[in-house]
Every structure is written in structure tokens, then in C-alpha cells.
Design a protein around this ligand. Structure first.
Ligand SMILES: Nc1nc2c(ncn2[C@@H]2O[C@H](COP(=O)(O)OP(=O)(O)OP(=O)(O)O)[C@@H](O)[C@H]2O)c(=O)[nH]1
Ligand SMILES: [Mg+2]
Length: 570
């Protein structure tokens, strides 16, 4: 007996106790991963992780003083016989008709109270629950107090319901004893579909070669060695492989000792869940297997996107119109007053684009999750020319380039998420660009001081010319009426009214000719300034509608990656 206990201790490596805090930390990390990737990755890739979180939460909330052990195996291997033998009672029917056990039976060592909710969760019907707490046994059974032993139907059953019951329970129990018999221990289904799949649960797996009494000592040694080899090939090296017999107490002693050890340690539930986390993390590993951990989208690509959007939004056309409008207004404000009336007859180039009004409030770009259309000031639609087919396709290409550059190094599902994010707000983009242009202050509303100065001079010389003209007209009138002639003061040899009239006219024309190049230069500056401002507004829209959604996916990737690193086994 001491020998068996020694081996069992060895097997369960008591020095490597499952740390509940670490397990909870890992589960939290998986939960964080799920929250982070929600909406970015396909749901079918996340089923196992969701199941783990749900099961682990429930199992940890239920009794950790109980260890739920399942006897699993092929039909006729002797699960029910072992179950009865360990319980020392005929609780689960043993039969000659195969398969015999159709529903799971449970035996609880110790009081049923704490185990009842556990069995409700596991799904064992009350009429198939038994309690092994007999005063007659005295201290004999005390070492198994806390054991909840389940006798499962056969895993490879002809009955579909048996197989699904087994698969369901194998996902819930704390420890599995695989019961095999000397005839079918090498069964392919057992090894490929079950033991092989359990390699992450090495700490909570036991293999029992039952019906050992049917073999001679030599045969038993040979079969055990062969079974050991197969189990090792299932990546279950170190898992206990025990010989058992359901006939008599001695045959179940090694298994009983193993179970006593598991019950005493109260570690199986934690180890099982740790194994589950290992499996889930392994299954998700390919989703975070590239090193990228920043949320940067490269600048040249963004610049190309902004350029494409700017030309689709009609920024060059509006900039051109701004230059013309500046010239139009400047000439109207500084030109020769008598010619201004003609200038006013010409339409303002910005008015043609419905951009002549004062700009609306700058648009607030919605943050992530914000409802588009809320909190926006009403901005009248502009008449900026619709983007051409070529401009549209340039925008499409630029958006695709952003997604491709950002998602290039990511695992495929994340690249797809990046592409989807880059396109997620495209439908709102044309409207946003129109608003960006409409809300930009083009800087043509204010009148510069120099316009006013030139204007004042223009009026001054015009008034001088008018005064000169009036004076001359008065002189002619006086002469015509035969009244004494007016004496014009002389400037040099020329009379003052003539000087005023001609000088005023000449000065007005000269001044308007002189300011022309200045107006041209200032109009170009106004164009550049307007272009810069519209570019900034378009860049803002590009960020809000294309780059930010892409960045959010990149950030989610980095977060998911770090969450999974915490969840990974150390
Ligand atoms: N000699 C011997 N016979 C055994 C042993 N264990 C089980 N048997 C016999 O093997 C047959 C099948 O036993 P069960 O306990 O019903 O097998 P099972 O694994 O529960 O089968 P299912 O309920 O159909 O999945 C019965 O006739 C048992 O008497 C054993 O250790 N030694
Ligand atoms: Mg049975």
C-alpha cells in the first residue's frame, strides 16, 4: 500500500500544486481576450473559450471540497463493476447485454449536501445518485470523503445518446479514469479521439487496465507495458496506468489509493480547469501569432488617403474658386469706384458652389460607437462637383491600401477585421467630406485693412475728380449765362479744376493698375490658406471614418495578444 501511495504522490506531483489565484488570473485573461476580440473575430473561433469561461465560473462557484471523478471506457470494460466494487455495493447494474449503462450513475462519499448542486450541474438525476456514508464502514471510507464517482455509459456506443452523454460529462468532471480491458485496450477510437485529445489534462487522467484477473502475471506485465507505450504515444507520459480487477477489494486497491490521493489534495478541479485553459489558449494561439503590438498606421499611406479624399471632396475646385473669389472681392473693394458697379454684376465664384456663406461650426467627428448624425450642426449641402469615377476609385484604392498596410502582418482573421473596419464607415464618408469642406473657413469673409486703405484713396481721388468736374461745369455754366467769369486758381500753368479732374481720374486708374499684382499675389495666398484648412478638415474626416476604426482593430489585436500571453501556461 505504501508503495502505491508513493507512486501516486509521484504521479500527482504535490510540489506542483495548482495555484487558484493563478487559475483565476488566467481565466480573467481569457475573458478579457473575449471582450477585446468581440466583433472582430468570427464567433465560431471563440466557442471553446466562451464554454470554458462559463464552465469554469460555475465549477469554481460550486463545492471545491468535492472531486468529481468519471469512470469512462468502452462497453464491457467493467466501469459499472469497478464502480460497484469501489462503492462496495451493487449500485449500478452490471449486465451481459451490451451496452448496459445508459445513464450516468453517481456515488457520493460523505454527506450529499455539498455534492447535490454539483450533481445538478453535472446532470445526474436524483434517482441515480447514491451516498456512501455508512456508519457500518467506520473510518474505512473516510479517506474517500469528498469523492463524487460517476459511472458513465460507453463512449463508443452504438447508442448516439450514450456518446453525447459521455462527451458532455468529459467536459465537466475533475478527473477521468479510463477503464480499458485486456481485449480492447489498444482501440483506435479510444486513443485517437479521446486519450490523445486529453493530453493537456495529464494531471487529471488515470488509465485502469481492468479485468487484470483474467491475465497471467506474464501477460499482465506485457499488456501493461504495451498500454504504457500507447498512452505515452498519446502524449500522456507520466499518467498512471494501473492494473485493476473488479473482483474483490484487492483488485481496486491501486485505484482506490489514487482516488484517495486526489480527494485529499482537492486539486483535481483546479488542474482540470488549468488544462482546459491550456487547450483553449493553444486553440487560439494562431490568432495572435505575429509580433505586432502597436496601433500605428504608416504615415505615407494615410497621406495618400487624405490626398485621394481631398480631390474627391473637390478641394482643388474650391481652392480655385477661393482664389477667384478673393480676386473678385478685392477688385470690387479696391477698384476704380466708377467701374465697381460692372464688377458687381458678375457672380461670386464661391456663391456658385454654395460656399459664399459664413462657415458652419466645425464638424465633430464621432468617436467609436458614437451614433453618426448626432451632435452635428446642420450644414447646407455644397454644390462642389460630384467626384468622378476615377476619383472614386482612387478613394477605394487608398482605403484598401490603409487596410492592407495595417493588416499585412496580422493573422488572417485580423486582416479581415482590419479590412472590414476600414470600410465600416465608408457610406457616411461622402457626407462627412462635404461637411468638412462646407465647414471650413475659407478666409474670404474679412476685408483686409489694405483693401480699406486703397478704397479710401480711391474714393478720395474720385471725389477730387468729381469736385474738379463740378467746378469746370460751374465755370461753363457761368460763362454761358454771361455772368462774370470764374477765376480758376492755377497749378503751374494748369487750372486747378482740370488738375483735380484729370489727376483724380488718372490716379484712380493708376492705383487700380498698381494693386492688381498685389491682389493676384494675395489671392494665391488665400488659395493656399484655404487649401491647407480644407486639407486639415479632410484629414480629420479620414482619421474619423477610416483610420480610427482600423486603429481600434490594431489596438484590439495588441490587447488580445497580451491577454492571451497572460492566459498562456508558464
Ligand atoms: N473477470 C472479470 N470480469 C469483469 C471485471 N469487470 C467487469 N467484468 C465483467 O465484464 C462484464 C461487463 O461489466 P460492466 O461492469 O457491465 O461493464 P461496463 O463497462 O459497465 O459496460 P457498459 O455499461 O455496457 O458500458 C460483466 O459481465 C462483468 O461481470 C473484472 O475485473 N474481472
Ligand atoms: Mg456499465
Amino acid at each position: 500500500m505504501t508503495d502505491i501511495l508513493g507512486r501516486v504522490r509521484d504521479v500527482f506531483r504535490p510540489d506542483q500544486r495548482a495555484d487558484p489565484d493563478r487559475l483565476v488570473e488566467r481565466l480573467h485573461a481569457v475573458n478579457r481576450f473575449l471582450a477585446t476580440v468581440d466583433g472582430h473575430l468570427p464567433d465560431e473561433r471563440l466557442v471553446a473559450a466562451h464554454t470554458l469561461i462559463e464552465r469554469a465560473g460555475t465549477r469554481l462557484a460550486l463545492s471545491l471540497n468535492h472531486t468529481v471523478v468519471a469512470l469512462a471506457g468502452a462497453t464491457g470494460s467493467g466501469k459499472s463493476s469497478l464502480f460497484n466494487s469501489l462503492a462496495r455495493f451493487e449500485m449500478s447494474p452490471v449486465g451481459v447485454r451490451r451496452p448496459t449503462t445508459g445513464v450516468t450513475h453517481a456515488c457520493v462519499w460523505g454527506p450529499l449536501d455539498g455534492a447535490a448542486r454539483l450533481l445538478d450541474w453535472v446532470g445526474v438525476l436524483p434517482r441515480h445518485r447514491f451516498v456512501r456514508e455508512s456508519a457500518l464502514d467506520g473510518a474505512d471510507e473516510a479517506a474517500l470523503h469528498g469523492l463524487v464517482l460517476l459511472d458513465l455509459p460507453d463512449f463508443d456506443s452504438v447508442e448516439w445518446s450514450h456518446r453525447s452523454e459521455v462527451d458532455r460529462l468529459l467536459g465537466l468532471v475533475d478527473l477521468v479514469v479510463w477503464v480499458v480491458d485486456p481485449q480492447k485496450y489498444a482501440d483506435k477510437v479510444l486513443h485517437d479521439s479521446y486519450l490523445g485529445e486529453f493530453h493537456r489534462h495529464r494531471d487529471v487522467t488515470v488509465v485502469a487496465l481492468n479485468q487484470a484477473d483474467r491475465l497471467t502475471a506474464n501477460e499482465l506485465t506485457r499488456v501493461l507495458a504495451d498500454l504504457r507505450r500507447l498512452v505515452d504515444a498519446d502524449q500522456l507520459g507520466g499518467v498512471p496506468v494501473l492494473a485493476t480487477s473488479a473482483l474483490g477489494d484487492a483488485g481496486t486497491a491501486p485505484l482506490r489509493a489514487t482516488l484517495e490521493q486526489a480527494v485529499a489534495e482537492r486539486q483535481a478541479a483546479l488542474r482540470r480547469l488549468s488544462g482546459d485553459v491550456d487547450t483553449v489558449v493553444e486553440g487560439l494561439a494562431d490568432l495572435v501569432d505575429t509580433g505586432r503590438a502597436d496601433d500605428d498606421v504608416d504615415r505615407p499611406t494615410i497621406r495618400r488617403l487624405i490626398d485621394a479624399l481631398a480631390s474627391a471632396a473637390g478641394v482643388p475646385a474650391v481652392a480655385e474658386a477661393t482664389e477667384q473669389a478673393y480676386r473678385h472681392r478685392a477688385v470690387a473693394a479696391t477698384g476704380w469706384p466708377l467701374a465697381r458697379g460692372l464688377r458687381r454684376l458678375r457672380p461670386d465664384p464661391l456663391r456658385r458652389l454654395h460656399l459664399a456663406e459664413a462657415p458652419a461650426e466645425p464638424e465633430r467627428v464621432p468617436d467609436h460607437g458614437g451614433l453618426l448624425g448626432l451632435d452635428r450642426p446642420p450644414v447646407a449641402a455644397t454644390s462642389v462637383p460630384e467626384p468622378t469615377a476615377a476619383q472614386r476609385s482612387a478613394v477605394g484604392l487608398a482605403v484598401r491600401a490603409v487596410a492592407e498596410r495595417a493588416g499585412a502582418t496580422l493573422p488572417a482573421p485580423w486582416s479581415a477585421a482590419v479590412t472590414a473596419a476600414s470600410r465600416s464607415r465608408l457610406a457616411d464618408l461622402p457626407d462627412a467630406l462635404d461637411r468638412a469642406v462646407a465647414s471650413t473657413d475659407l478666409g474670404v469673409q474679412r476685408q483686409p485693412i489694405w483693401w480699406r486703405l486703397v478704397n479710401a484713396v480711391q474714393w478720395l481721388v474720385t471725389v477730387a475728380a468729381t469736385v474738379g468736374l463740378g467746378w469746370l461745369v460751374l465755370g461753363y455754366a457761368v460763362r454761358a449765362l454771361g455772368l462774370p467769369e470764374l477765376d480758376y486758381p492755377l497749378v503751374g500753368s494748369a487750372p486747378l479744376p482740370t488738375v483735380l479732374l484729370l489727376g483724380g481720374l488718372l490716379a484712380g486708374v493708376l492705383l487700380s493698375l498698381l494693386v492688381k499684382p498685389v491682389i493676384r499675389w494675395a489671392a494665391r495666398r488665400a488659395r493656399w490658406r484655404a487649401e491647407g484648412r480644407m486639407h486639415d478638415a479632410v484629414a480629420e474626416a479620414a482619421r474619423g471614418y477610416v483610420v480610427t476604426p482600423v486603429r481600434e482593430v490594431l489596438r484590439a489585436y495588441a490587447e488580445a495578444r497580451s491577454a492571451l500571453a497572460v492566459a498562456a501556461p508558464r
